[in-house]
Design a protein around this ligand. Structure first.
Ligand SMILES: Nc1ncnc2c1ncn2[C@@H]1O[C@H](COP(=O)(O)OP(=O)(O)OP(=O)(O)O)[C@@H](O)[C@H]1O
Length: 257
């Protein structure tokens, strides 16, 4: 379980990214974080693996306050947390398989991974991960030859080869068209269900949030202003989170091809 206890985060310029956040995120949940641009969604997600570090409070993972971790413990923690970014963060000029194998970096010694000496077990795992997101036939192609949706699936496969306990996805579909967005969200959901990986996703579109979330967390101005199961969410909930009426732009539309 991931627990935020009175967590606040003030950026060096004085801006308060998180204000007194209290949350318990249970193992295996599929959580979608929603809110307007600048609400603090990325800050919330990124504080879990300390890409940004909270300045107050406690952030417990399986009972341990990770804000007290030293560099070595933090590195170990990060090996168990997969991260998916809007822009995929692949090494574009190298093969898909190499990109996916880089998910093993924290597990394999640095020297061996620098030389590209991955074990057969790692290669098998990487190929299995690519198969699970439906693109194993692309393993030996250069990453920059793939479409955006395929690149995002490579990044999901990379996260999977980490054998993570948690996946954080920061606007994973913001650069994709509606049909491809649904494919990527379905992959994330399938993996969450099959492997019981706690999955926390930032999304802009309310229809996507409603379709895929078990639980929705709403943020505004760095604060959690809503937290509840998707079944309890109505249009009014979104209007309260956004502080305004819902607009056409808030809905992605479309479905899988
Ligand atoms: N490194 C930083 N230094 C100062 N302020 C920052 C920094 N990163 C983010 N902020 C500010 O903190 C607030 C929350 O940003 P955050 O990126 O978490 O929002 P968000 O809800 O994810 O928005 P978006 O959907 O636009 O990504 C914003 O006002 C942002 O400008």
């Amino acid at each position: 379980m991931i627990e935020f206890k009175n967590v606040s985060l003030t950026y060096p310029n004085g801006h308060q990214g998180l204000k007194n956040v209290n949350l318990k995120l249970n193992d295996g949940e599929f959580i979608v974080v929603v809110g307007l641009s600048g609400a603090g969604k990325s800050t919330l997600i990124r504080s879990i693996n300390q890409l940004v570090k909270p300045t107050e409070g406690e952030l417990l993972i399986d009972g341990e306050n990770t804000l007290k971790y030293k560099e070595k413990q933090l590195r170990k923690l990060r090996t168990r947390i997969g991260m998916i970014f809007q822009n995929y963060n692949l090494v574009k000029r190298t093969s898909v398989l190499r990109n996916v194998l880089s998910g093993r970096l924290g597990h394999t010694g640095t020297f061996r991974s620098l030389l590209g000496l991955f074990s057969q077990a790692d290669v098998k795992l990487a190929l299995e991960s690519l198969d699970r997101v439906g693109i194993v036939e692309k393993a030996y192609i250069r990453a920059d030859q793939l479409s955006g949706g395929q690149q995002q699936r490579v990044s999901i496969a990379r996260a999977l080869t980490q054998k993570p306990k948690v996946i954080l996805a920061d606007e994973p579909v913001a650069s994709l068209d509606p049909p491809t967005s649904h494919i990527v969200m379905k992959d994330l959901k399938k993996i969450n269900r099959e492997d019981n990986i706690t999955t926390i996703v930032n999304l802009h579109f309310i229809d996507m949030a409603m379709e895929y979330a078990d639980r929705i967390i709403g943020m505004r101005g760095g604060e959690v202003v809503f937290d509840g199961p998707v079944s309890s969410v109505t249009e009014k909930t979104f209007e309260e989170i956004y502080g305004r009426k819902i607009k056409e732009d808030d809905v992605l539309g479309g479905d899988e091809k």
